[in-house]
Design a protein around this ligand. Sequence first.
Ligand SMILES: *Cc1c(COP(=O)(O)O)cnc(C)c1O
Length: 357
Amino acid sequence: MRVYNFAAGPSTLPVSVLEQAQKELLDYQGTGMSIVEMSHRGKPFMAVNAEANQLLRELMNIPDDYSVLFVQGGASQQFAAVPLNLLKNGKADYILTGNFAQKAYEEGLKYGDMAVAGSSKEDKYTYIPDMKSISFRDGIDYVHTTYNNTIYGTRYTELPKTDATLVTDMSSCILSEEVDVKKFGLIYAGAQKNIAPAGLTIVIVRKDLLGNASPICPTMLNYAIQDKNDSLYNTPPCFPIYMSLLVFRWLKNLGGVKAIQQINEQKAAMLYDFIDNSSFYKNKVAKKDRSIMNVPFVSPSEELDAKFVAEATKAGLVSLKGHRVTGGMRASIYNAMPIEGVKALIDFMKKFEMENK
Ligand SMILES: *Cc1c(COP(=O)(O)O)cnc(C)c1O
């Protein structure tokens, strides 16, 4: 039986996509083999790769002067790839809004003169710093941001005020809401949260930023080389790319990002409204900065949190335990989480509150 899976990543995928993958696994379109058993340079896979790339462009309205790269190594690899490719003056500023932002900054320090321009660390990352109060150094090559903070449940609703290249990590929110790609020089995202199984990382980079990689940049991390080779410099992560294509088609059929954003906002509003109207559960994030993808919350005690997670699991609502650094609970309600899943969670929360008040 399928459960409602609130995992932060890898995470739930659309059932229809899983069914299609299952159906095609023994014989992909009459080839007599699965998509993961054939050459990545053969016609069937090349077509998958090209259509996935094209559909992502369409879904996100990515202008022609941007490259879309399908690479490996996860978002964490991009913490190094970004400075290795983008530094020209050798310095960049970072805004720290969570653990992943901190990690990106620490990795960056290996390659350049990096500075923290703003941070909400002192307040346990419960908000996004006010963009008006953040200023940047002169001559920086980029400003690094983390658009949605998976662990703390915050997201940007306003961008840094700077003429420098904006870089953002959208691992946990890519395709969840409309974004204007043109505002960014580079967007990267691990696919395993809102798109596909783990193994694929998406990089969307403005083409004028290509070609300045540091001499020590590993070939595999060099965006210009990946771009020149249509992300087929070496064997790509075939299965996650194929699954991405199925998810992109699913999303397009649904009406695209605009349509899913409405659904996502509806799901998030239902859950936050319920939490805000309860005296039992609490979400500690500043309201204006709340994520529509990751919703952390706590009950009145750690004991009850543990009991909540255990009983929810029994009720078919799984992976609700919060990240180890925050404790409590977290419901990740990515694109593939149906509204029914959020309703079932709220019903369970009501019942648990009544039994434990
Ligand atoms: C999960 C996550 C990462 C780490 O992704 P990997 O693909 O596991 O390296 C980085 N940034 C954000 C915002 C994330 O949610």
